[in-house]
Design a protein around this ligand. Structure first.
Ligand code: ZN
Ligand code: ZN
Ligand code: ZN
Length: 486
């Protein structure tokens, strides 16, 4: 490894540190998964080789479970699927994603050993499984998985002890990395990346990790299904400095982040932002009306009320009842106005949801209004190169473009582009999409400045052709925590 090395991080166990000076956007390393699987819920709509979402997929004729874009993807994935394919056929069905992933890890380790490349800094045995920390309920699930694994595991494969199976399942539970489809909008699978597992968490990290699903080009078939994660520096990192990523969304309050981290990853976060409760005050702040702060009890009351409304809204969203979502949000936003500060996270959550759902329902003007408020709030809370900030700014830019606010829209798309160049890098499909949008909005802006009516005519045509198909149906799950969370 050129830029990182393993070291003993005080109080955290093993970690990775930089060996050279690094700058924003630098790629510290990239890593292919040791093993990965598509989630049960996405098995029918995502290619099991490259994890791209596709309209039409070809089913594996043997097991009738795995699906692929084409022969190229199928051939590239065969080495990983071969033994699994026979096992599924034998077992009569595919077991759940954890069992499938554990089996893939075992098959690979049996065949190639626990270190499969010179660049791999850790073996599967060395990774934490946190079995002894697991709550009783999770232990029950684990036992069921072990049972299913033993049933699924073919007699012709090398037998494994219950201890080693439970170790791998434990590793998957707390180290599995969620993998998204090519647009990065939704987690569709989970993989194990041994080097990534060595990186410790910090709520205000100096790196971010992204998944690159590989280049989809006819000439480049060798890379067709080479999914890799990449670690990007968010700012300057000095030699010797520990490298960190965040497992949770910074928008959560420090106590909520610590609770989530304890639950899922079994450690107490002692990062600077948690210790100092940095920005917690902004995230719960009340508004000032004409220079006078709103009384604390009012802020408390509306905060409490918003919490309940958020739950109701989430429920309506799960049911895909978008008109109800809008109704709840509008009602809530009205109450929050002039009581909660523009950085209050419950208000930001409402603005974000409103803009997303309204834009889906094609109320672009109102969607743009809330998208802008959301981005302004985010700017005060997130690290300037945070990937979520970049994605939100992109969404807001598109919404403004849709609403016909070409100047603001173009400005936002440029800002988003600058962030995503660092967090995703220039070759990532989202960055490429964004570059195309930046060029189109730039051209439109020029036209707008010359002749306004020509611009409006052109925009109508563009909207009808829908060249910017960024607004997928709002997803229930967000990509906020890239790491697996139950
Ligand atoms: Zn594919
Ligand atoms: Zn098959
Ligand atoms: Zn923290």
């Amino acid at each position: 490894m050129e830029f990182v090395e393993v070291f003993d991080s005080p109080g955290k166990g093993r970690g990775l540190r930089a060996t050279k000076e690094l700058w924003a956007g630098d790629v510290l390393f990239s890593e292919a998964p040791f093993a990965s699987v598509v989630f049960d819920g996405h098995a029918a709509c995502v290619c099991h080789g490259c994890f791209r979402r596709q309209e039409k997929l070809q089913r594996c004729g043997q097991c009738r479970f795995a699906q692929y874009c084409d022969r190229t993807c199928q051939r590239a994935a065969w080495e990983e699927h071969k033994l699994e394919c026979a096992a599924i056929k034998n077992y009569g069905k595919a077991p759940n994603e954890s069992v499938r992933l554990a089996a893939r890890v075992m098959w690979r380790t049996d065949k190639e050993g626990s270190v499969v490349s010179d660049l791999q800094l850790s073996t599967m045995d060395e990774l934490e499984d946190h079995i002894s920390d697991m709550p009783e309920e999770d232990m029950k699930d684990l036992k069921v998985d072990i049972h299913n694994f033993l049933d699924f595991w073919p007699r012709s494969s090398k037998p494994h002890t219950v201890d080693s199976i439970s170790h791998i399942l434990g590793v998957i539970n707390c180290n599995g990395f969620m993998m998204s489809d090519q647009r990065g909008l939704q987690a569709v699978g989970v993989g194990l990346f041994p080097n990534l597992c060595l990186i410790n968490h910090d709520c205000w990290p100096n790196c971010t990790v992204i998944l690159n699903n590989g280049n989809q080009s006819a000439i480049d078939t060798a890379f067709h299904s080479q999914k890799r994660i990449e670690l990007h520096a968010l700012g300057k990192i000095s030699p010797g400095e520990e490298v960190s990523v965040s497992y949770v969304d910074y928008l959560n309050l420090s106590e909520d982040r610590r609770r989530l981290l304890k639950q899922q990853y079994f450690f107490d976060c002692t990062c600077e932002h948690c210790t100092n409760k940095t920005k917690d005050d902004l995230k719960m702040a009340g508004a000032e009306v004409e220079g006078v702060p709103v009384p604390e009890e009012n802020v408390k009351e509306i905060t409490e009320n918003s919490r309940k409304m958020l739950e109701k809204m989430e429920q309506a969203r799960i049911e895909a009842n978008y008109n109800e979502v809008v109704k709840i949000c509008r009602e809530c936003v009205e109450k929050q106005e002039n009581v909660l500060a523009d950085t209050h996270i419950y208000q930001l959550k409402m603005w974000s949801t409103l803009s997303e759902v309204l834009s889906y329902l094609q109320f672009f003007e109102e969607a743009a209004f809330y998208a802008r408020k959301m981005v302004e709030g985010y700017l005060k809370l997130y690290h300037p190169n945070n990937a979520q900030l970049g994605m939100a700014t992109m969404r807001a830019g598109v919404t403004h473009w849709q609403a016909g606010h070409i100047e603001v829209g173009h400005g936002m798309i440029c800002k988003a582009y600058a962030i995503l160049m660092i967090t995703q890098g220039p070759t990532h499909p989202i960055t490429k999409d964004l570059e195309a949008m930046r060029m189109q909005t730039e051209m439109e802006l020029r036209m707008f400045k010359q002749k306004e009516y020509v611009y409006h005519q052109m925009r109508e045509a563009a909207l009808q052709n829908q060249p910017m198909r960024m607004m997928a149906e709002p997803f229930n799950e967000s990509i906020k925590s890239l790491f697996r969370r139950k």
